[in-house]
Design a protein around this ligand. Structure first.
Ligand code: IVH
Length: 680
């Protein structure tokens, strides 16, 4: 064939096959038989092999996979991938609507969409070509799975049209249809028969479409991924300085760019319409080809979305409505007890496996001794289980008429399942604790695992196995010991070579630059999660101030309640904990916030004035307001006193603070008044 002929034929075949693919995967229409389709694809591939210079970047031959990815790169998202707040009933939904109404003070409308039960994926397109596909990960960074994503037929490899932004991001959900999921499990059953004959271990069945989709997306061989036939629904579009105005327009634009947008979305003028959409889909969703677990409700107008803003975890302009979890009944086989890093002992119910909302359930959480008592659990009981918002289902009741006469009641254990120390239960607390904080192996290892995790000190080179080994060899009792490890010590251990020892030491060394808030979180103080640690670090600026803080000073910090404050005081009162902190200080970890830059005089419009910020604000996060005050030379106080000049009161501002401010004749101002003060 002459090159010119080949060029034309490649162009025609590419167009034709892409068209058939869209018809098949997006519109459920088969215009040609599988055989004809395969022939066309084969022809295209052989021509592309002979004339690679004419192959298109979006050639359907790129979809068959074949690349192997050994390790997926971790990539930071340009815009963080947040999650959604959940509601489980109409009342909570109305509360959401009321919040929106109050914050906006102008008309608005919603779009409702199905909440597809798959895995979120972010796609970046540059100059019309798919550049990168990244999983949600922890929301800040995820894994790059581009080669696997390319095998998904309804992810366009290239976009054509007018006014396409040079760089944009599309988000959506990767799924397996219910039908495809069934087919794959049937294939596994057939294959297992062959394997059994050959004396090989059987392959596990896929548990449910969502797990299967998520596992498939992370497979190393994109050829295998292609065969699984994943699908993709697009539900959001983002680029810098967007010139479209609404979410509905974004969905239309995505559709015109040939993305697979489910046509089930609907604009709703008021919350009552949202409720009928929810009710309408409660039944209909059972026949939808993809599993769904709720409805996503979004404020349609982008300007209003921006006005509503975000909390630290999720947007204020959207919410998920989750359909009631299904329930099932099964038999309680036994109860086991686990110790966590804080010494808390949690009971876990071991169940006769049962299918619930698409997953096989073998275990259920029982929370604490009260729960066991409340349920009056006996071994062999027929129990009802339900899936709530959490991953692990819970036992909601017992079918007592079915209980056997001699059934044995379930007792809480009295000694630690790991170190056998008698358990204690503090007054007013539901949980039992193993008090052997310094000697209980599970607690020791758990604290170190917590310390090195990604959200804390991020020592990627260490895993649970190595920690176990170091602990067993007496090299690791608390996080401070990590920084004393030597190469010789590591190399004297089984399985360790020079390279792996260096690797671990480098990871530990690098952790010394981790900022104070994360170091504080890493300490693993009970009730001090990452967000609380950040608040404390910002407020107290360094560990010495924090360790000296009294209970009163701690609860005066916004969002720090008594429970957290008591836990902090108890932690710092413990000499052993202080020794660990000293060791970590000596190792050179960051125990203070970096100095804030000086404010220059011209900008210090709030110099000499003090403020207290309370409540929720329409345009700012509370912490943003505080930084703003400081950046203008003002002082931020955490309690109302005679020294306070202004209380900036937002929605739901603390009632006692307002009263006290009034009594002390402190000026109470609104967000708007503060902004005009800034600009005066
Ligand atoms: S919008 C700020 N729309 O639900 C989050 N999410 O809990 C915006 N999901 O991670 C997400 N269907 O994986 C959106 N129509 C839909 C969705 C959807 C499923 C998933 C998504 C997200 C999770 C949020």
């Amino acid at each position: 064939m002459k090159p010119e002929e080949a060029r034309i034929e490649i162009a025609e075949l590419t167009k034709k096959i892409n068209h058939y693919n869209i018809q098949y995967y997006q519109n459920d229409v088969s215009e040609v038989s599988d055989y004809e389709f395969d022939m066309l694809l084969e022809k295209l591939m052989s021509l592309e092999k002979e004339f690679p210079e004419f192959a298109y970047p979006d050639s359907p031959s790129k979809r068959v996979g074949g690349t192997i990815t050994k390790a997926f790169n971790s990539v930071k998202h340009q815009y963080p991938m947040l999650s959604l707040g959940n509601t489980y009933n109409e009342e909570e939904l109305f509360d959401f609507d009321k919040r929106v109404e109050k914050l906006l003070e102008e008309p608005y409308e919603y779009t409702c969409e199905l909440k597809f039960d798959g895995v979120a994926l972010s796609l970046t397109y540059e100059n019309g070509l798919l550049l990168r596909a990244v999983t949600r990960g922890d929301g800040v960074q995820g894994d790059e799975v581009t080669e696997n994503a390319k095998t998904i037929m309804n992810i366009p490899l290239s976009i054509e049209g007018e006014n396409i932004p040079p760089l944009f991001e599309v988000r959506g959900e990767v799924f397996l249809t219910r039908k495809r999921f069934e087919q794959l499990n049937l294939e596994i059953v057939t294959e297992n028969k062959e394997r059994e004959k050959a004396g090989k271990k059987p392959i596990k069945l896929l548990a449910n479409p969502r797990n299967a989709a998520s596992g498939t997306l992370k497979m190393q061989d994109s050829g295998v991924v292609a065969k699984r036939k994943l699908g993709f629904f697009a539900y959001s579009l983002i680029w810098d300085n967007m010139d479209i105005k609404t979410h509905a327009e974004a969905l239309e634009l995505l559709t015109s760019w040939k993305f697979n947008v489910s046509d089930t979305y609907k604009k709703c003028g008021e919350i009552k319409e949202v409720v009928s959409y929810i009710n309408d889909w409660e039944k209909k969703r059972k026949n939808f080809p993809v599993e769904t677990d709720g409805i996503v409700i979004k404020v349609n107008d982008f300007r209003l979305q921006e006005e509503l803003g975000y909390t630290s975890k999720s947007p204020r302009w959207a919410i998920a409505y989750k359909y009631k979890a299904e329930s099932a009944s099964t038999i309680l086989k036994s109860v086991s007890f686990q110790v966590g890093r804080t010494g808390a002992v949690t009971p876990v119910a071991n169940l006769e496996p049962v299918l619930l909302a698409g997953t096989t359930v073998k275990r259920a959480s029982l929370h604490n001794a009260n729960e066991i008592e409340r349920l009056d659990l006996h071994l062999g009981d027929m129990v009802y289980i339900e899936k709530g918002g959490e991953i692990i289902p819970k036992i909601t009741g017992v079918n007592t008429p079915l209980r056997k006469g001699d059934a044995q009641v379930v007792d809480f254990i009295s000694n630690c399942p790991d170190c056998n120390t008698p358990l204690i239960r503090k007054e007013g607390e539901a949980a039992h604790y193993c008090p052997n904080v310094l000697g209980c192996p599970t607690q020791i290892k758990g604290r170190i695992e917590h310390f090195i995790q990604r959200k804390a000190m991020n020592v990627e080179s260490l895993g649970p196995e190595t920690i176990e080994q170091l602990y067993a060899n007496g090299l690791l009792k608390h996080p401070g010991d990590l920084y004393k490890l030597t190469k010789e010590q590591l190399m004297s251990l089984d399985r360790f070579g020079e390279k792996s020892a260096d690797n671990i030491l480098e990871g530990i060394q690098n952790s010394k630059s981790i900022a104070f808030p994360r170091v504080l979180f890493a300490l693993g103080i009970r009730y001090v999660g990452a967000t609380v640690a950040e608040k404390l670090a910002i407020h107290f600026k360094n560990i010495d101030a924090l360790t000296k803080a009294t209970l009163e000073e701690l609860v005066a910090v916004h969002e720090i309640g008594e429970r957290i404050a008591e836990s902090l005081v108890a932690y710092f009162e413990d000499e052993q904990n202080m020794l660990v902190i000293d060791a970590l200080k000596e190792a050179g970890l960051q125990f203070e916030m970096p100095e804030e830059p000086e404010v220059n005089e011209e900008e210090a419009t709030l110099a000499g004035k003090s403020f207290l910020v309370s409540g929720v604000f329409a345009n700012y996060e509370r912490d943003e307001l505080k930084s703003l005050i400081k950046s203008k030379g003002g002082k931020v106080l955490s309690a109302v006193s005679g020294n306070l000049d202004y209380l900036i009161a937002g929605d739901k501002a603390g009632g006692s603070k307002l009263k006290k401010a009034e009594a002390l004749e402190v000026k109470i101002i609104s967000e708007e008044e503060f902004v005009s003060l800034l600009n005066s």
